[in-house]
Write a protein that binds this ligand. Structure first.
Ligand code: SF4
Length: 277
């Protein structure tokens, strides 16, 4: 176990989200993220996991689901309690959110990076009953950019979102540029979603779409991670393409160490058997 190296430590928050997305992977996971464990955050165990990750080389942390992190940012909530410890050990703290309760985020200055799910610039109906209205999300994104944070948008590659075709992805990137964000992550839908019917109807394969999009003018390949994620520069925007079936570790290098609400550290978000400590 001491052989593991990783650059990132992820705090996985408990299950629970207002959005109920069809492509959500968390809903198909096991009791590692069950909501009844919310009050169980043991700061001593979290500190031990952070020490392990730091010894393994982690220099950044992300806070993601499980569920929607902003639901756990009230005073005394899961994320609120963990934040001081995370900020003490990591200069980069990246919050992954669907943009729901952003008022909980603006004053948390230890959050240096924010990654926001934004399925479409052009279809406000996709937001109805799930996310904040599109205009609210866009206004919050601008506010975060103006606050000096590093802001990225997260787009699921699927037929119903702006990831549904090459042209729609390019339009999305253009709108992201106009908004002033730093980057976009394009994600392939995972077969681990709990809604198999949705997956069958909406899945699009990442590699051909990525290759078609990035062969257009304006793209420059800048980085490929050991597990396959490719990064491109697009007119100053950093664009990452995450394939769902990418490996979670290569040799002894783990993509991210995940601390779950069951108070164990895992080397893989999906596989329960990947427990580290
Ligand atoms: S916003 Fe994220 S955590 Fe919430 S349901 Fe959608 S995919 Fe799952």
């Amino acid at each position: 176990m001491k052989e593991i190296t990783s650059q990132n430590f992820s705090l996985i928050v408990p299950e629970g989200c207002q959005a109920d997305c069809d492509f959500c992977v968390s809903k198909s996971l096991d009791d590692r993220i069950s909501p009844e464990r919310t009050e169980d955050l043991d700061l001593a165990k979290l500190a031990r996991a952070i020490r392990f990750a730091r010894d393994a080389g982690a220099i950044a942390t992300s806070i993601s689901g499980g569920g929607e992190p902003t639901l756990y940012m009230d005073p005394g909530g899961y994320v609120d309690r963990a934040l001081p410890l995370l900020a003490e050990h990591f200069a980069k703290v990246d919050l992954y959110t669907n943009g729901y309760r952003m008022e909980r985020v603006f004053d948390q200055w230890c959050i240096t990076h924010v990654t926001i799910s934004l399925p479409s610039f052009t279809r406000p109906e996709l937001y109805t009953g799930r996310f904040n209205p599109l205009e609210t999300v866009l206004s919050d994104v601008s506010r975060l950019v103006d606050s000096g944070r590093v802001v990225r948008l997260s787009l699921i590659l699927c037929r119903e979102s702006d990831g549904g075709s090459e042209e729609r992805i390019l339009t999305y990137l253009q709108r992201a540029l106009e908004l002033g964000v730093h980057g976009v992550i394009v994600r392939e839908a995972s077969r681990y979603t709990s809604n198999e019917e949705w997956y069958e109807q909406n899945y699009l394969e990442m590699a051909p779409m990525r290759d078609a999009v990035t062969s257009r003018a304006g793209f420059e390949a800048i980085l490929e991670m050991p597990w396959g994620t490719r990064y491109f520069d697009y007119r100053g925007l950093r664009v990452a393409f995450y394939c769902a079936e990418e490996r979670q570790h290569v040799g002894r290098h783990v993509r991210t160490l995940c601390y779950f609400p069951d108070q164990h550290l895992y080397g893989d978000f999906i596989r329960r058997s990947s427990i580290v400590i």
